[in-house]
Design a protein around this ligand. Sequence first.
Ligand SMILES: NC(=O)c1ccc[n+]([C@@H]2O[C@H](COP(=O)([O-])OP(=O)(O)OC[C@H]3O[C@@H](n4cnc5c(N)ncnc54)[C@H](O)[C@@H]3O)[C@@H](O)[C@H]2O)c1
Ligand SMILES: [Zn+2]
Length: 338
Amino acid sequence: MIRIDALPYPVLIGAGLIGKAPLPPGRLFLVTDENVARAGWPERMRADFAGRFVLQPGEASKSMATLETLLDAMIEAGIARADHVVAVGGGVVGDLAGFAASVLKRGCPWVAVPTTLLAQADSAVGGKTAINARQGKNLIGAFQPPALVLIDPKTLDTLPQSELRAGYAEVVKYGLIGDPGFFAWCEANGAALLAGDVAARLHAIETCVRAKATFVIGDEEDRTGRRALLNFGHSFGHAIEAETGLPHGDAVAIGMVMALRLSVERGLCPPADLERVLAHFTAIGLPVATDADADALAARMAHDKKGADLILARGIGQAFLYRSASGLSGPNIRSLSA
Ligand SMILES: NC(=O)c1ccc[n+]([C@@H]2O[C@H](COP(=O)([O-])OP(=O)(O)OC[C@H]3O[C@@H](n4cnc5c(N)ncnc54)[C@H](O)[C@@H]3O)[C@@H](O)[C@H]2O)c1
Ligand SMILES: [Zn+2]
């Protein structure tokens, strides 16, 4: 088992960990979703849950209505401040359960048991929790770091390939923003990771969690700009996601390519680095271009508060905060999208 102590809470990573998870004492309230429950992962934890709530899978569950039903169920189960909420699932379960924990009885501890590659390599660490508002994603939330993160890469065995690939885009992101050695590792091992190689999954998850910790430490509440590099590819990606309905990871993959293209156009980044990224994404089956309307993308980027920071790169592993993305126009973007 790998134990990471770089954050204020321990992150434990191990194949098969879910069956011997060292859960905290006291009453435990399980939050999961139907797909994760059907795959049998919560049952493997052999915990005697004092109550449980099974969400409908999908982003729509990060809503005020679901939050209210969830809080009702937690209060009915008699969950008190010494008890723990246990979130077993992807980023949707983690974001909703973590936020519910932050407001239940003015704050209960929670345990993150991420079961998607995106959640294991990224969202379960960092302490951000949220639900969506009518006006936009993640607008209602709290910083509520988990008490413990338990990561079992075996849970990825039941994850659909499309979800794995989308999570993989965020994995590669860590190489592209600050770790050229890890990008090279991805080139050599990404296919094996996607095909089910447990050692490759362990290595990638550990590398990403350690990398995320370096960005989060000192900027827990996302105020100093340190965390901004984590949004590499996201200013373009959010616009593409909203415009086309592509999965988040696929949109971010295209967004990272567009950020690299812009970096090349501005003479900041060697074209060969862009070529390497294109070759890797293509080999792995991640999209690299979109036919979404460039003016529509520019309009969406101008309104995206979270994606407002434009991150460019001087090469693979050398991302930096360039300036506000809202200055980009349709014609600027047109040359980047194909
Ligand atoms: N808090 C953060 O820092 C942070 C960071 C990035 C993303 N997020 C949020 O994360 C969410 C996306 O998370 P996600 O990509 O994990 O999506 P998700 O939670 O919707 O999971 C994707 C799909 O996989 C299914 N699934 C999950 N684990 C499974 C398993 N082991 N076997 C079979 N099916 C499984 C789910 O039921 C769902 O259908 C978004 O809402 C995003 O806003 C949060
Ligand atoms: Zn993302």
